[in-house]
Design a protein around this ligand. Structure first.
Ligand code: FES
Length: 574
């Protein structure tokens, strides 16, 4: 079936050409066995694939791509799959976040430079979702997302386990209360199927984010990777993207300010990852939507916790699916929703969820009976974080969120690793652990080390949480009273850089403040004697990153990538 397009297809600038140019554009494609009629007025759909055996969470994406292709063909489109750099959270050093912006450039340029009319983004492990969405936003073609889905729940010793349990296992191993053999048994049972982390870590939060923004079909967030319905969703997305091209339903028509507000509120209702903040800010920057740290605090403040998923709760992504999926959570949050926001299926977000309901109140609660009243992220301000810092309330200890303590300072992650278990470390449970130089420029790449493990001598005393402060990030699967994303970071001369052992720090989440209780005169004196110690890079992508990365409160994008260049190609060498 051929679509009658009201507007000329972008791909026809290549495939519709006559003479030498059209010959070149079509003839080399035909070496893949493509008949001539594929090039005639069919919407060309790019399938942007982050498949890689080095990204185990995305290792099943070739199959998903086949399902998308089937759907595109059924709807009369012409699918073309293309690879982009993939980011595997567990293997990449020094941190996958260092490369998020690089992938976004790869995606943006790959889409713009090629004869594509619409794109399906295959996203899975943490950074692939924001990277692909950011890149696609800077081109602004009709675009839909298919997430890879979470793994089945892990099993160990008769217990259900997920990534959040890793922190517990590793502390038990350090303490000697878990044997090496049991640790290995847990390792064998953690990842039982294809898919990404089985808890509400960053990957699941990103899958929820795209559904809440309206960038995926309903159901995308929670269908397990191993469930055949994941392939069905991919096929239906393939069908749908062809219609989106026909309707010229570009990303910027979906990504309006209200859609971002919906995503912030839903992230609070699910107890989503702290990484959500930095990624949503970066995406907003690409589409030109004004969004700042204060929006996250204001918009999440009154949102109750409706999903009981680890690390904020008890259950797993698989349970969320059986309990009604994200649609049931969104339905429960209806009082906080901009209901008219349009989504990729052409329906409003409300139309997509209005008939949903929780099938298990232990997993998805209604707003009248939530798991917690204060689910969201709080944004702190004060002399220690002039431009903001964040804390995840659903992961913090109620006894520590208003706390004063003396700082134990680590100048960098190596210093922390060398001294944290030193029996002479002058630390007790009231101390505040401060880690510097793990921000965007300082590390560089802002690794997930903010939820530093506690000193062994305190673990042995039974201490389970302490206030921890850094300019880094935390895994979406982590928990604790952990203050993250301190901006400005130490490496650019933030006050964080001036903290020394024994300084008193006051955390008051009720007042949203984080103060270093040291006089301005003393801070000025220290400033004269310290030199901010940013990472020095001489060449390559890392130099470009360090020279141009913005601070965490702006989304840590590269400054020259903000905004979009659109889909027009201005020069043609043929
Ligand atoms: Fe890929 Fe957790 S490691 S989602």
């Amino acid at each position: 079936m051929l679509y009658r397009m009201e507007k000329k297809l972008r791909s026809q600038e290549w495939f519709g050409k006559k003479g030498k140019d059209g010959f070149i554009y079509r003839a080399w494609m035909k070496n893949q066995g493509i008949p001539s009629d594929e090039f005639k007025d069919k919407p060309v759909i790019g399938i942007c694939n982050t498949w890689s055996e080095l990204t185990p969470c995305n290792a099943h994406f070739r199959e998903l791509a086949e399902s998308v292709k089937r759907g595109v063909i059924e709807a009369g489109g012409f699918p073309l799959e293309f690879p982009v750099m993939s980011l595997g959270e567990t293997l990449m050093k020094p941190t996958a976040m260092l490369y998020r912006n690089l992938v976004s450039m790869d995606v943006e340029e790959s889409i713009r430079a090629n004869p594509l009319d619409g794109v399906v983004l295959l996203c899975g492990c943490d950074k692939t979702t924001p990277a692909l969405v950011m890149g696609a936003c800077s081109v602004d073609l009709p675009t839909a997302v298919v997430s890879g889905g979470a793994m089945l729940t892990g099993k160990y010793n008769g217990e259900s386990i997920g990534t959040s349990d890793l922190w517990r296992f590793s502390e038990n191993l350090r303490l000697g209360t878990m044997s090496e053999r049991d640790f290995e048994q847990a390792e064998n049972g953690m990842c039982r199927s294809r898919g990404h982390c089985a808890v509400m870590g960053t990957a699941s939060s990103m899958a929820c984010m795209v559904e809440a923004l309206g960038l995926s079909l309903p159901g995308n967030a929670a269908i397990p990777a191993a469930d055949s319905n994941r392939k069905v969703l991919a096929q239906l997305t393939g069908r749908r993207i062809v219609h989106m091209v026909r309707d010229d339903m570009t990303l910027s028509k979906i990504l309006v300010r209200e859609a971002f507000e919906n995503a912030i509120r839903i992230n609070a209702a699910i107890g989503g990852s702290t990484n959500f903040v930095i990624h949503l800010l970066a995406i907003a920057g690409r589409v030109g939507i004004e969004l700042n740290m204060d929006d996250f605090d204001t918009l999440s403040r009154d949102i109750p916790l409706l999903a009981n998923i680890q690390p904020a709760g008890q259950y797993f992504m698989e349970d969320l699916y059986y309990a009604g999926g994200l649609q049931a959570v969104i339905k429960g949050a209806e009082d906080y929703l901009h209901k008219d926001c349009i989504t990729v299926n052409g329906q409003s977000i409300w139309e997509n969820v209005k008939d949903s309901r929780s099938l298990n109140q232990n997993v998805i609660a209604g707003a009248d009976n939530p798991f917690r009243l204060d689910s969201g992220l709080a944004v702190l301000k004060g002399n220690l974080c002039e431009n903001g810092a964040i804390i995840k309330l659903s992961a913090a200890s109620a006894t520590l969120i208003n706390h004063r303590g003396r700082a134990i300072v680590f100048e960098n992650i190596e210093d922390y690793k060398a001294r944290i278990d030193d029996p002479e470390l002058p630390v007790d449970e009231t101390s505040i652990l401060v880690l510097k130089n793990v921000g965007p420029k300082g590390y560089p790449g802002m690794p997930e080390v903010g939820n530093m493990g506690l000193p062994r001598k305190l673990l042995e005393k039974g201490v389970t949480d302490m206030v921890r402060i850094s300019d880094g990030r935390m895994s979406g699967t982590g928990f604790g009273t952990v203050i993250l994303h301190v901006s400005p970071e130490a490496a650019v001369g933030g006050v964080l850089d001036l903290v020394i052992d024994g300084d008193e720090i006051a955390l008051n989440v009720s007042q949203r403040s984080l103060e270093l209780l040291v006089s301005d005169q003393e801070l000025e004196r220290r400033r004269q004697t310290r030199r901010a110690g940013g990472f020095e890079a001489n060449r390559g992508y890392i130099k470009m990153y360090v020279d141009n990365v913005e601070q965490a409160h702006m989304g840590a994008d590269l400054n020259f990538l903000k905004g979009k260049s659109g889909s027009i190609v201005t020069r043609d060498s043929h």
